[in-house]
Design a protein around this ligand. Structure first.
Ligand code: ATR
Length: 278
């Protein structure tokens, strides 16, 4: 793609950033929608984060995605941060508007849209959810479920104090469950979500007896390497519907792309295959 002098510019800022799938994902959409624009990998060390972010706004960029380790610091650098991003405690999408930096978080949106696309029959209000893990991803997932009307979000984490802190921050519908009791917490679930790194390539498997899980409960994993984690494979083998985690990454990218480039992009099977073929 040859850019014009009016090309719209965006990118992903992280440290490191070489592993990020975002340039490939946004690059696919830029070509698909024939947009005069570019989306660049932006390796920025933590000590240069604020200067780099403001510098890109000054240089006419439309905005950026933030990834590790800049998502939390982004809260303090943006002029405005939307309430959801404050609640999640992280900014993953920044829109530059007349020199002002607007911080958003689209991970909750990405999580819900992935389930809506992959399991249209699922409804957040249908019953309790168990979220495994209490890191940044768990925070976004729990906030998304509460906003979508989930009656109860059970939260279980190896380090109990993190689950308890998250439950306190998010309110009464979030119930911490001891890690040892995680299998008991499967009882009556409408949704089971793994946000831990267990099951990721090179990591141990998630140790969880699925016997108490209702047959109709939806199972999803935010791990997408491998795409079919051992948890998803075991869930499908016993007849549960299951949705893999790649879609969360693809869907969380939509609001940023639309804000920067002016087109609402679609998540298609072709996009999935393209991103996976790296
Ligand atoms: P992220 O922000 O991407 O969610 P994170 O904050 O590093 O990442 O969280 C990783 C999650 O995986 C945590 O909930 C972590 O549990 P701890 O809070 O106890 O560290 C969980 N996790 C990682 N390895 C684990 C293991 N071997 N057993 C159980 N949980 C594990």
């Amino acid at each position: 793609m040859i850019l014009s002098a009016k090309a719209k510019l965006a990118g992903v800022m992280g440290w490191p950033v070489a592993h990020s799938l975002s340039p490939r994902l946004h690059g696919f959409w830029l070509e698909r929608y024939r947009i005069d624009g570019a989306y660049l990998p932006l390796p920025v060390a933590p000590e240069r984060f604020e200067r780099a972010l403001r510098g890109l706004a000054d240089a006419g960029f439309r905005g950026v995605n933030l990834t590790v380790p800049h998502k939390q610091p982004g809260l303090g650098v943006c002029h405005e941060v939307e309430p959801l991003a404050k609640r999640i405690g992280a900014v993953n999408t920044v829109v530059f508007e007349d020199g002002r930096l607007e911080g958003r978080n689209t991970d909750a949106f990405g999580f819900l849209e992935n389930l809506r696309q992959g399991a249209p029959a699922w409804d957040a209000a249908a019953g309790p959810t168990l979220v495994l893990g209490a890191g940044g991803a768990a925070r976004a997932v729990a906030a998304a479920l509460l906003d979508a009307g989930a009656p109860e979000v059970r939260l279980s984490n190896r380090t109990a104090a993190r689950a308890e802190a998250l439950a306190r921050a998010l309110g009464a519908r979030v119930v911490p469950v001891p890690w040892e009791s995680r299998a008991d917490a499967l009882d009556g679930l409408a949704l089971l979500v793994n946000t831990t790194s267990l099951g990721m390539a090179g990591q141990p498997e998630l140790d969880l007896d699925l016997d108490p899980l209702p047959a109709a409960a939806l199972v999803t994993d935010i791990v997408y390497a491998p795409l079919e984690t051992p948890l998803l494979a075991r869930a499908r083998a016993r007849g549960n519907p299951a949705v893999d985690g790649l879609g969360m990454l693809l869907h969380q990218a939509r609001p940023g792309f639309e804000a920067w480039f002016g087109v609402a992009p679609e998540v298609t099977a072709e996009l999935r295959a393209f991103v996976l073929a790296r």
